[in-house]
Design a protein around this ligand. Structure first.
Ligand code: CTP
Ligand code: CA
Length: 226
């Protein structure tokens, strides 16, 4: 457990958490997005508050109640999520990026509703900012935790992201595993850092959030002992 009232593992720590999908407009009535539910990020926010942390939750469009005691900021696009994170990051010790950020946005949002003309439609997209990588390259970078939802070569891709994005820890999950991950109530994670790793077996997202926060707190403390 995360501790009793006088023994809270994240007391005095400020966590910044991104959650849910982002939604990228195409025209005044349409967008592209993904099936992220936000449940994992919201469970982490809830458990972090219970562990004594001061929590800022930056949420994309999701259908979830705000966990008690956390500060929630709602955003729509990846650009907005980055701005919200940059505004909150300087006071934060730990950044947990669970959001399924859209990798691309329309190169330009059509001013008017796109009409149904012709048998094919081609739209051009441009890469969105990488929020986690941007935060992790700041000089005042917090302890950075990424997520990697993969459908193949899970550990290989996760280790690549740990290194390339200069993360302190990454939580990988295999989205092909039965009934786990995206939009599900359960998940399993393979948590990896530079000199260790731990498999957190399939369970509910709140229980997984608790186990992950324990790993984060331990690793954060061992890195910050002077
Ligand atoms: N992430 C982010 N901003 C983005 C893309 C990803 O902050 N524009 C974060 C996610 O929140 C997650 C981590 O980076 O914590 C990995 O996201 P993922 O989509 O798995 O990695 P990508 O770098 O986008 O690579 P790909 O989608 O090609 O696997
Ligand atoms: Ca991606």
């Amino acid at each position: 457990s995360l501790g009793t009232s006088n023994d809270k593992i994240l007391s005095g720590k400020h966590l910044l958490i991104t959650a849910g999908p982002t939604r990228e407009p195409l025209d005044p009535v349409r967008y592209i997005s993904n099936h992220s539910s936000g449940k994992m990020g919201f469970a982490i926010a809830d458990m972090a508050v219970k562990a004594g942390a001061d929590v800022t939750l930056i949420a994309g469009p999701v259908n979830l109640p705000t966990p008690d005691g956390c500060k929630r900021i709602d955003v729509t696009t990846a650009d907005e999520m980055l701005v919200a994170c940059e505004q909150a990051v300087s006071q934060c010790d730990i950044f947990v990026a669970t959001a399924a950020v859209a990798d691309y946005k329309a190169v330009q949002v059509a001013e008017n509703k796109i009409k149904k003309i012709g048998d094919e439609l081609t739209l051009t997209f441009v890469k969105n900012p990488d929020i986690l990588a941007t935060i992790a390259t700041r000089t005042d970078k917090p302890f950075c935790v990424g997520f990697a939802a993969e459908s193949q070569d899970v550990e290989l891709y996760a280790r690549g992201k740990l290194k390339n994005k200069k993360l302190d820890m990454i939580a990988a999950n295999d989205i092909t595993a039965d009934g786990l991950g995206f939009n599900s109530d359960n998940n399993a994670l393979h948590v990896i850092w530079d000199d260790g790793d731990k498999h957190l077996p399939a369970t509910t997202k709140p229980k997984l959030a608790e186990a992950l926060l324990l790993l984060i707190a331990n690793r954060f403390n061992s890195k910050n002992i002077v």
